[in-house]
Ligand binder design. Structure first.
Ligand SMILES: Cc1cc2nc3c(=O)[nH]c(=O)nc-3n(C[C@H](O)[C@H](O)[C@H](O)COP(=O)(O)OP(=O)(O)OC[C@H]3O[C@@H](n4cnc5c(N)ncnc54)[C@H](O)[C@@H]3O)c2cc1C
Length: 403
């Protein structure tokens, strides 16, 4: 189902779709071959930089960012959502348009809360696609779905802050282009619970920052982007690297998560839609036990259910985007929780059905399905686990209807 949001969104979606067909899908194999065969897996396939140059030249660049000087696309969340879905059909799509996580969230934070100097030093090169970034919150020692648990210490020392902590699952930190991390830690452990945290800019090459190892998702290190375990030992940065005020880290993190969750959900809807189309094509082209696999009732059922699941998730996500556009994050909180519960699980289920229909090939490196499945499974954790959203949404609803 294609939903028309506005004329400019439709026009941009058609251009993004044409770009995907002409450049991104043909580049997938080249990209993957580079990672499989390069002497160093943690180098960037040159094809990615070529894609970025082409997208930039066509003006299909930074479309996620509503407003920021000449860089903003001026699109609302609702208008951007179908573009995010279209880019999400390929696992290298969003990056080609400079619209991939975690840079999008980090750029939004810098655009909204950064000082002029922070914008000049970090936001501009990110917007130009010259560097990449990471967001470092999760820690092995504590249940990090509760951000108030974070233990990393950010301590004032004259004109500097000194940071000590241990992080893991920091997406993009192993990427050689990653130059800056936004680190979440505590500046005042004695302040009220949601005012203890702050966010601070830490250049990756600061002494005391150690990339310990890339974590593996289902056995894959996700090179050349990756998700690192990171140690921060007496890392000293100037006090001017703090984002916003001391104690504002939790509130900044909340603000970042609204659009970020919508983007992730729309990308996953794109993955699921592509998986559905691949499933149809595969079962129509294979014969088992004397008839096409597409003639099996159970397969048709999987296909029908998948299309219903995808359309339901798409409409809910668009509704969440509309709610965000017409109010604050707080107004949209419940429906954002709903999409975070619905979309990643839906994508995981649809992609799993497509894997089944492909037979063993579905688990291999020869289609995007296995990686897309891992991505959907990951997003059930990232930016707040779905069970945490179920818990808070359930609580809200009980209060609303029985409180
Ligand atoms: C591939 C990948 C990339 C990631 N990228 C990043 C990144 O770039 N930066 C970053 O900081 N983090 C990142 N993360 C980490 C992710 O955000 C955390 O895994 C997530 O916040 C959960 O924290 P935790 O792993 O400590 O789980 P825990 O907090 O230990 O929770 C474990 C489980 O307990 C359950 N649970 C917890 N609280 C509740 C509740 N209130 N109600 C019901 N159930 C509950 C949930 O099922 C939850 O999944 C990434 C993770 C993965 C897998």
């Amino acid at each position: 189902m294609t939903v028309s949001v506005s004329a400019r969104s439709d026009e941009l979606r058609a251009r993004v779709e044409a770009f995907m067909n002409e450049h991104v899908y043909p580049a997938e194999e080249i990209y993957n071959t580079h990672i499989d065969t390069a002497a160093d897996r943690w180098t960037i396939p040159p094809i990615m930089e070529e894609l970025k140059e082409k997208a930039k030249a066509e003006g299909l660049w930074n479309l996620f960012l509503a407003e920021f000087d000449q860089y903003g696309s001026g699109l609302s969340n609702q208008e951007y959502a179908p573009l995010s879905e279209t880019m999400g059909r390929s696992l290298i799509g969003s990056e080609a348009f400079n619209c991939s996580a975690p840079d999008t969230g980090n750029m939004e934070v810098l655009a909204r809360y950064g000082t002029d100097a922070q914008k000049e030093e970090w936001l501009l090169p990110l917007l130009e696609g010259k560097i990449r970034s990471a967001f470092a919150m999760t820690e092995p020692a504590v249940a990090s779905s509760d951000a108030t648990n974070i233990q990393t210490e950010i301590k004032r020392d004259g004109g500097d802050y000194i940071i000590n902590g241990h992080k893991w699952w920091i997406s993009g930190a192993p990427d050689p282009r990653c130059k800056i991390m936004i680190v979440m830690g505590k500046t005042d452990p004695n302040a009220p619970r949601h005012q203890q945290q702050s966010q601070i800019l830490v250049p990756k090459d600061t002494p005391g920052v150690t990339i310990v190892r890339p974590m593996k998702v289902f056995g894959s290190d996700d090179a050349p982007h990756g998700h690192a375990e990171v140690r921060l030992d007496n890392v000293r940065v100037p006090a001017s690297n703090l984002i916003g005020e001391e104690g504002s880290g939790f509130a900044i993190a909340q603000g970042r998560l609204g659009p970020g969750r919508i983007h992730h959900c729309m990308r996953l809807i794109g993955c699921a839609q592509r998986a559905l189309e691949m499933m149809c094509q595969r079962v129509e082209s294979r014969v088992a036990f004397g008839k096409k696999i597409s003639e099996q009732g159970s397969i048709r059922e999987d296909i029908a259910k998948s299309s219903c699941d995808i359309d339901q998730a798409r409409l809910l996500t668009l509704k969440a985007a509309e709610k965000m556009d017409n109010g604050t994050y707080k107004d949209a909180k419940d429906i954002i929780a709903q999409i975070k519960i619905v979309a990643p699980s839906m994508a995981q289920t649809v992609i799993d059905r497509a894997i089944q229909a492909h037979g063993a090939m579905g688990l291999s490196q020869d289609t995007f399905l296995a990686e897309a499945f891992a991505y959907a499974r990951t997003v059930r954790f990232a930016d707040g686990p779905d069970q945490v959203h179920m818990n808070s949404l359930g609580k809200q609803l009980i209060q609303r209807y029985a409180g």
